[in-house]
Design a protein. Structure first.
Length: 460
């Protein structure tokens, strides 16, 4: 006869056995990589361990992880959603091949709604289709934009892939950006866009990407953030006071505009006339520097009474003292003598290798490249297309860095890819919203020009 105590003991034993069974199952599913029969000694063993422990990737069948099996679109999107910690929406009916009952359905819905992924053809997502390196890179860039993460620049900005032409334009831009961030690797000098990602590749990718998302971007891994005309949100534009404020807000790069007075003195001024930024009127080219000294260039801002029009020399001296890198925009066509005058000033302060000469006027840049073949130059355009890139490429001397400085709204993936293939650096202007800044910086461009965004606003 079984007593009440005996029944209690039997129930406790069954409960303990059940708990042990559940724990055993959990331990199996969360087993470290070295417990899998097919991952011990694998190059990605530690990353696989982390991916499984974090719940980004499932264990696979039994005691196998299948590290070299192809990664599918459904699994990759699900892994991204888990890494994100997203509150997934109910499964929708966007794609005919992703019914609500599929394990990846909610992750697919989340990714599509947030612009991280899209379908492969009309009405389909193809969740069981293998993911290529190019496709994974595009989705990861979109996730970074969605998350507001600015990717670092850990590797050289020089493109050295031997298979550039094998990439689509958007794929090349994404792969290069992630390679530069240290998230993707090249293989024997190739970026291999069409190679299928494996489950082990995914574990490595997600571990590196999470490290970027959780870390703080060091100063030496940040993009160029160029202060347009100085910090003119508070101080009058193109004044020494504005550039001092730029320095105090931790800008390294500053942009200025240069025009010449009637007596051939280079001064800082954006407009042809002094009407908008001073209490005077008239064209700067028709006035002597002495005459211009009698006006106040406060641009209508309170607290800046008596602000003088700075000379180019004063500006370069300030940049040299404060370790600022100037972007010098030549507003009108300059003569050889004027160019020599400015170049001599730059050289006098030891800044010859620390300035960038930019202009809308192509002839100015040709003159600079001809006289000073090692000078860094940038062709400024309101619109960027194939012809613009070709013109910019012609400024290369074999000794200089060449930029295309274009309005950000015209920089398509095709233009960016063309610049990468041509060895031209890109700079985008003028951006004043952080969301837009993130989207632009998570491309192959090297920097952005801003009016009010500070480096701290962007890299927060």
């Amino acid at each position: 006869m079984i007593t009440k105590q005996g029944v209690k003991t039997m129930r406790q034993s069954k409960r303990k056995a059940a708990i042990c069974f559940v724990l055993a199952g959990l331990l199996l599913c969360c087993a470290p990589a070295f417990a899998f029969t097919d991952t011990e000694g694998h190059p990605a063993e530690a990353d696989i361990d982390r991916a499984v422990r974090q719940g980004w990737l499932s264990c696979g069948a039994g005691d196998r992880f299948s590290p070299d099996a192809a990664l599918t679109r459904g699994v990759f999107v699900t892994a991204l959603a888990k890494l994100d910690g997203a509150d997934l929406p109910p499964a929708g009916h966007i794609f005919s091949d992703v019914p609500a009952g599929r394990s990846c359905a909610r992750a697919v819905q989340w990714a599509v709604v947030n612009g991280i992924a899209s379908g492969t053809e009309s009405g389909k997502f193809s969740p069981d289709q293998p993911v290529t390196r190019e496709q994974a890179a595009v989705m990861l860039i979109r996730h970074a934009n969605y998350s507001g993460v600015v990717l670092p620049r850990r590797r050289s900005r020089t493109v050295q892939f031997s298979d550039l032409d094998a990439c689509s334009d958007s794929g090349l831009d994404a792969l290069y950006t992630l390679y530069r961030a240290g998230i993707f690797d090249a293989v024997d000098g190739e970026i291999r866009p069409a190679d299928v990602m494996t489950r082990a590749d995914c574990a490595v990718l997600l571990r590196r990407y999470q490290g970027v998302c959780e870390g703080t971007c060091p100063d030496d891994q940040r993009a160029m953030v160029i202060s347009h005309m100085g910090y003119s949100v508070e101080a009058p534009e193109n004044t020494l006071e504005a550039y001092e404020l730029s320095d105090s807000r931790n800008y390294i790069y500053v942009e200025t505009d240069v025009r010449f007075t009637r007596d051939n003195v280079p001064v800082l001024l954006h407009d042809e006339t002094i009407d908008r930024t001073s209490n005077g009127t008239g064209k700067v080219a028709q006035m002597t520097y002495q005459q211009l000294q009698s006006f106040c260039f406060d641009a209508g801002k309170d607290g800046y009474a008596g602000t003088a029009l700075p000379t180019f020399r004063q500006f370069i001296q300030l940049c040299a003292e404060r370790y600022l890198h100037p972007y010098i925009e030549l507003k009108s066509t300059v003569s050889g003598k004027q160019l020599e005058q400015m170049s001599d000033i730059v050289a006098e302060y030891g800044m010859a290798q620390h300035v960038t000469w930019i202009s809308f006027d192509y002839s100015n840049l040709r003159s600079i490249c001809r006289r000073y073949p090692q000078a860094e130059v940038g062709y400024v355009r309101s619109y960027a297309d194939v012809r613009t890139v070709e013109q910019t490429e012609q400024l290369k001397t074999g000794k200089n860095n060449v930029y295309l400085c274009a309005k950000y709204t015209t920089l398509t993936s095709s233009v960016r890819a063309q610049c990468l293939r041509a060895g031209i650096y890109l700079e985008a202007w003028t951006i004043d919203e952080r969301r837009t800044a993130v989207q632009q910086l998570n491309t192959s461009i090297q920097g952005i020009t801003v009016d009010r965004l500070t480096p701290a606003d962007i890299y927060r």
